[in-house]
Design a protein around this ligand. Structure first.
Ligand SMILES: *Cc1c(COP(=O)(O)O)cnc(C)c1O
Length: 382
């Protein structure tokens, strides 16, 4: 039996290496034809209208907010439980971050609290599909439409997640995907803007590279030295060799999801009867990407804290983690928010543990994680 199981192991094969090498040797390193190809293939893979490849998921979120004109004086509602990047992208625009509490079961933004947090200044809502479990998008879209509020999805975890039979990320005003090392597919670092609105995509295409527009002359030739800057932009473009990795990752994305899902089934089979944890709850009308496998400790029945369970697992060679520290607990937000206002997030903060999950995980690795988790919990049963 294995004595160590990492939290994550990348799934990079020779086919990925060869695609990247081919582009590295092609003579074109920065944004070019391979980026365009990746965008087309990503659009096709989820049925999206327009896709723009950028250098991170955070940049993708920022560009969407910026292109829709979110700025100073506006409020943007974000769930209290997410990665800091979601709120950070809002801060970039000068708009105010408003936190909504989260649902104890799904860990996603609470639709009730979201509705309560809307004011006349609310310009956008950013639902985050935590762990790849889709948010209640029908309700969120309905609330947003009634009040003319934008919905920008943080789909960093949700590539190949389905909501009511449809791909996540194509039904709102825009979605940001992340290709960070551990995400459902990776380009090392990278992100994708997805939007139905063609003019928004075109603006973002300009903004990702300084707002530069090249003009073709009467013969259709583009003069690279003679350009205009037509909008305020950023340095958010990505490279063609990253796009090459993205294309080859796309080819095996469904396989990688299947592999993760298989290990999730193994976890569920082995943990189903454990009275000391609660397994993830998947709403019946969804099919998650299984980016993370998050269990909740039944702390009422235990004399050990979540933090110590993670440390005990580490001693036994198991790389567990937790997603996420609620944003109001960070130094930068402590003065603006109170813990008492987020009972759902506090409930989760005491209980959640992310167990190792990655495509190349083996059954015996799942068995090793489960055995150690159960040993630890049983030793501290009340
Ligand atoms: C990873 C992540 C992001 C940001 O993605 P990057 O590509 O790392 O910038 C945004 N939101 C969530 C919830 C994430 O997990």
């Amino acid at each position: 039996m294995r004595k160590e199981v990492p939290f994550f192991r990348p799934f990079i094969g020779n086919e990925d290496v060869e695609e990247v090498l081919r582009v590295l040797k092609s003579g074109w390193l920065t944004t070019g034809a391979i980026t365009e190809k990746f965008e087309k293939e990503f659009c096709r893979s989820i049925g999206a209208g327009n896709c723009v490849f950028v250098n991170s998921g955070t940049a993708a979120l920022h560009l969407l907010l910026d292109a829709y004109g979110v700025g100073p004086g506006d409020e943007v509602i974000v769930p209290a439980v997410t990665f800091i990047a979601t709120a950070e992208a809002v801060e970039y625009t000068g708009a105010k971050v408003i936190l909504a509490d989260v649902d104890r079961e799904s860990m996603n933004i609470s639709v009730d609290d979201l509705a309560r947090k809307i004011t006349e200044r609310t310009k956008a809502i950013i639902p985050v599909h935590i762990a790849g479990v889709p948010c209640e998008m029908d309700e969120i879209m309905r609330i947003a439409k009634e009040r003319n509020i934008l919905v920008i999805e943080d789909a960093a975890h949700a590539f190949l997640s389905f909501y009511r039979g449809k791909h996540v990320g194509i039904s709102s005003d825009g979605a940001a995907f992340s290709f960070y090392a551990t995400k459902p597919i990776t380009t090392g670092e990278g992100g994708m803007v997805v939007t139905r609105r063609r003019e928004v995509a075109e603006l973002i295409r300009l903004k990702r590279l300084h707002g530069i527009k090249y003009e073709a002359d009467v013969n259709g030739d583009i003069k690279r030295w003679k350009y205009d800057v037509v909008t305020h932009g950023y340095k958010y473009n990505a490279t063609d060799f990253k796009a090459a990795l993205g294309i080859s990752q796309l080819k095996k994305a469904t396989l990688m999801k299947k592999m993760r899902k298989r290990e999730v089934e193994k976890y569920v089979e082995l943990l189903r009867d454990c009275e000391l944890i609660q397994l993830p709850v998947v709403p019946p009308h969804t099919d998650p990407s299984w980016h993370l496998f998050v269990v909740k400790l039944k702390v009422e029945k235990l004399t050990i804290s979540r933090d110590r369970v993670i440390e005990e697992l580490k001693k036994r060679g198991v790389g567990a983690s937790m997603h996420f520290i609620p944003l109001y607990r960070f130094s930068i937000y402590r003065d603006r928010f109170r813990e008492e206002d987020f009972p759902g997030a506090e409930f989760l903060f005491e209980r959640v543990i992310s167990l190792p999950l990655f495509p190349s995980m083996e059954d015996q690795e799942v068995e090793y994680v489960v055995k150690n988790l159960i040993d630890i919990l049983e030793a501290y049963r009340k």
